[in-house]
Design a protein around this ligand. Structure first.
Ligand code: SF4
Length: 212
């Protein structure tokens, strides 16, 4: 990333972190992905049960492998699992020591937006895990709730449809058509306006494009 843009983005991330803190979340800003990953690994330590929400950001930073190498147990669903197996994993992840995920948008007034098909991630980021850590690259910043929801549907969801090999209409149109397709992946929005009172949530903002 060009240096002047990096500097401007860092300032935007710092502003977003301040807004998140005003909404009672913990928030930290990192210069790049490796710095965020190192901090996360130090925080997680070893011997913990770590739940993962499906996150391209977490995957891009190599965290599942690094956390497992550090002696943690990763709890996440895998392709080929039956519906009952997924249910068991999602409930176990919800009761984990740590839960790692990434929102589709972080608004400049400190709100967090998640758009999901199943709801396991939405449930876990509201309540359950002892500590919830949310990673977000600078590409996730949105001006406000409206722009964040637009981003979730028109940027993240389309990329996820393509990644998952779905033939939902947004893949061809390049924009969300609020479809009624049987394979629709946008079934619920979790919108954290403020930190849920009984949950410990740290947002790690990274000055790098990560995930979608
Ligand atoms: S068209 Fe359907 S699947 Fe695609 S982003 Fe919109 S609601 Fe989601």
């Amino acid at each position: 990333m060009e240096q002047h843009l990096r500097t401007a983005n860092l300032k935007r991330l710092q502003n977003a972190a301040e807004a998140l803190r005003a909404n009672r979340f913990s928030a930290e800003v990192y210069e790049d992905g490796p710095a965020a990953a190192a901090a996360l690994l130090a925080l997680a330590g070893s011997g913990r049960k770590i739940g993962l929400g499906g996150s391209m950001t977490v995957a891009a930073l190599g965290l599942p492998e690094a956390l497992a190498s550090a002696g943690n147990t990763i709890v996440t669903h895998k392709p080929g699992m039956t519906a009952e197996e997924k249910r068991a994993v999602w409930l176990e992840a919800q009761a984990s020591d740590f839960y790692l995920a990434s929102p589709q948008a972080v608004t400049m007034d400190g709100k967090l937006i998640f758009l999901d098909a199943n709801g396991n991630r939405g449930a876990a980021v509201i309540y359950g895990p002892r500590r919830i850590v949310l990673l977000a690259g600078v590409n996730k910043l949105a001006r406000d709730q409206e722009e964040g929801l637009w981003r979730a549907r028109n940027v993240a969801a389309i990329a996820n449809n393509i990644r998952l090999g779905k033939d939902n209409p947004c893949v061809k149109a390049g924009r969300c058509l609020d479809c009624a397709a049987p394979g629709r992946i946008c079934n619920q929005v979790t919108l954290l306006w403020k930190r849920p009172s009984a949950s410990d949530i740290l947002v790690m903002l990274v000055n790098e494009d990560l995930g979608y």
